[in-house]
Ligand binder design. Structure first.
Ligand code: PLP
Length: 465
């Protein structure tokens, strides 16, 4: 697209007018959504008597009810009313292999016939452990059942290794729902300001002991100076720094050049364990996740989501001297760890589906999708930007790229909401919430990208008027 076709700066959009238009579009599209999803409504009425909020996880809840899905195949999913969508949500980033991939289905069918669970380590678990070690440069890994367990166990190993208790995490980052990391997950501007004044972070859930706050310290993303200062004052108390090397709880926020290298150096200098939470970035933004993409080795790496090919599994691993504390005083266990079905599915996903060619395909699709969204944004003059990272990407409604959580708070949620329902009504199944991002699968094709780009282009045009 040529610069000449971009909206002239002298006719820049009035943000208030755009917001009002977004609200109008949202109301109209949302009414259409409710009208065409009666079976989801019925499902919700039924589900809410057996499950809080009528869903299996609070992330799945929506007002007045969520769209319930019936099935998925390839790059597509169908809701309980029979409407088909191209899936860009992909199970919050767990389905880089796409739905019902023949190779993964075959591995699952084989496991179903030969035994799904023994609570005894199988050859598939050993092979999968080796593949994870290879991809992420790890000496050892242990399996868990979720990302939450992976970060919980990694923090325990770090505390054991250092004999220190304090965990440092990034403002506005999500690492699962165990107590140590449930601080400053998605605080409002008011909470952020209050925490600045009091120096105290309130827990992000009821039921977390207030005393836990003393053991978790929060720093902004992308600010080495703050970390340097904190480590020089309190380094002796700090067990670990846990972070997503690319923040993916607020759209997608890339590390500034030198940030990760600086953290690596500071952690080494102060004997603090550096933990990369690669639950979202692992095996998606590259075969070896952010570790490979940025060429930097953390002490421990946490994994889950797409490593299982759509089956629940997690893992964490790192240097032998840390991981070998397991068996030397650190408890790490679980009935379903390394479960035969999950290991078989994960092994097929990583060794048969997510091949080097698959990553080329994902990179190609991602680039096309990001470019296809960027053009109408520029053309319409909307205050938004696009991020493209392997099979992950997003549109964030702020003109400049984000650098940390506070810049995320400046994104326009109203515009996101309008785009989400607009796309949903045009066959695009996307993650709800502007803190999320799309995930492409190996089963997506150019035609699926075209559909998204066309619908998104119409949205921008309609919004800008
Ligand atoms: C970066 C990150 N870490 C950890 C988790 C927790 O993973 P799980 O939902 O499997 O417990 C998530 C979940 O979205 C995540 O995005």
């Amino acid at each position: 697209m040529s610069e000449a076709t971009d909206r002239d700066v002298t006719t820049a959009l009035d943000p208030e007018r755009v917001r009002a238009r977004a609200k109008e579009l949202y109301d109209r599209e949302f009414a259409d959504l409710l009208a065409r999803t009666p079976k989801s409504r019925v499902m919700f009425e039924r589900a809410r008597s057996s499950m809080p909020l009528g869903v299996a996880s609070s992330f799945q809840a929506a007002e007045p009810y969520p769209v319930y899905l019936a099935r998925g195949e390839g790059a597509r999913v169908w809701d309980v009313d029979g409407t088909g969508y191209v899936d860009f949500h992909n199970g919050f980033g767990s389905m880089a292999v796409g739905h019902a991939h023949p190779k993964v289905a075959e591995a699952i069918e084989r496991a179903a016939r030969t035994g799904t669970h023994f609570a005894v380590t199988t050859d598939a678990a050993v092979l999968l452990a080796e593949e994870l070690c290879r991809r992420f440069g790890l000496d050892r890994v242990r399996f868990t059942n979720s990302g939450t367990e992976s970060t919980m166990d990694a923090i325990r190993v770090a505390r054991a290794a250092t004999g220190r208790d304090v965990v440092v995490k990034v403002e506005g980052a999500y690492h699962g729902h165990h107590d140590a990391v449930m601080f400053s997950v998605a605080p409002s501007l008011q909470l952020v300001t209050e925490a600045d004044e009091t120096g105290v972070q309130p827990p992000a859930s009821l039921g977390i002991p207030r005393a836990a706050a003393a053991l978790t310290t929060v720093v902004p993303f992308n600010d080495l100076g703050v970390v340097e200062d904190l480590f020089s004052r309190r380094g002796q108390d700090i067990a670990c720094f846990i972070l997503e090397p690319v923040m993916m709880n607020i759209g997608i926020v890339l590390p500034r050049p030198g940030y990760l290298e600086g953290l690596r150096r500071l952690c080494s200098e102060h004997g603090i364990v550096l933990i990369f939470d690669e639950v979202k970035t692992g095996v998606t933004i590259a075969a070896g996740g952010a570790t490979e993409r940025f060429g930097l080795q953390a002490d421990l790496v946490c994994l889950a989501k797409s490593i299982g090919g759509g089956v629940p599994i997690g893992a964490f691993g790192g240097r032998a001297e840390l991981m070998d504390l397991i068996g030397n005083g650190v408890a790490q266990q679980g009935t379903f760890n390394g479960n035969a079905l999950a290991a078989a599915a994960g092994l097929a996903a990583l060794t048969e589906v997510l091949t080097p060619d698959a990553y080329l395909h994902l990179g190609h699709l991602g680039k096309r999708l990001a470019g296809g969204c960027e053009a109408p944004i520029r053309q319409s003059g909307l205050a938004a930007h696009v991020v493209d990272l392997g099979c992950k990407g997003c549109v964030s409604y702020r003109a400049e790229p984000l650098v940390d959580y506070r810049s995320f708070l400046e994104t326009d949620a109203q515009l996101f909401e309008a785009s989400w329902v607009w796309l949903l009504n045009r066959g695009i199944f996307m993650t709800p919430g502007n803190e999320e991002q799309w995930t492409l699968s190996v089963q997506h094709e150019d035609s699926h990208i075209d559909l998204f780009v066309e619908a998104f282009g119409e949205f921008c045009q309609t919004l800008a008027g």
